[in-house]
Design a protein around this ligand. Structure first.
Ligand SMILES: [Zn+2]
Length: 216
């Protein structure tokens, strides 16, 4: 039986995230949420993270601004401004385990994702680094993304899918997708396929050479 891990990135959003959580609850599915620090500065954003946590979802850090991928960010304090600043807001809600997902390039994997300093920080602070193996493009095609998503699920034993709990992305077609996925016998999990987690609790377990920029 094929496995499917759903992850929702770039939230929490006050309009979309509650509806995603309602839908997941109605299907008895738990998922991953990779949140942005800039959305945790409000009480409402933090309340949504607390709700997701209490409903059994995995919560991780997805940078503060989501502006420049870490491997391309020239700021000497990029790690502090993106990872540490988000953790300062997230850790009081979800202290451990620590998850981080880099971003960039519409979901393409490559050396733009991480810097050497970011890797050093993730190792020193015991993070697990979560990538993905499916990006069906919900933000590009809010109605049609499930076709690509289901094709991705059919292509491998364990799919780790990136969706987005932001406006004009996965929400509109999510309920239909979940029904179809269940009808096809996909089993939902919050576990990750091992080839999507190159750093586990601070230990590098897979080759990072294609994921880290040269230099600082
Ligand atoms: Zn993102």
């Amino acid at each position: 039986m094929s496995l499917l891990t759903l992850s929702f990135d770039n939230g929490p959003d006050p309009d979309v995230t509650p509806r995603v959580l309602d839908l997941l609850a109605s299907h008895a599915i738990t998922a991953q949420f990779f949140v942005l620090g800039k959305h945790l500065v409000t009480e409402e954003g933090r309340r949504l993270v607390a709700r997701a946590r209490d409903e059994g979802h995995v919560i991780g850090n997805h940078s503060f601004t989501h502006a420049v991928p870490l491997g391309e960010d020239p700021r000497p304090d990029a790690v502090e401004a993106e990872i540490v600043a988000t953790d300062a807001l997230l850790a009081p809600l979800v202290p451990a385990p620590k998850w981080f997902r880099p971003f960039g390039g519409g979901g393409k994997l490559g050396p733009h994702l991480l810097s050497q300093r970011a890797v050093g920080h993730l190792r020193a602070h015991g993070y697990s680094c979560v990538l993905w193996n499916s990006v069906p493009g919900d933000w590009l095609d809010p109605k049609g993304w499930p076709e690509k998503a289901l094709a991705d699920c059919a292509a491998r034993a364990h799919t780790l899918m990136v969706l987005h709990d932001i406006p004009n992305a996965c929400l509109e077609a999510l309920d239909g997708f979940l029904h179809r996925a269940k009808d096809l016998g996909l089993r939902f999990t919050t576990e990750c396929p091992s080839d999507c987690v190159p750093i586990v609790e601070g230990r590098i377990v897979r080759d990072l050479s294609g994921l880290v920029a040269a230099g600082g």
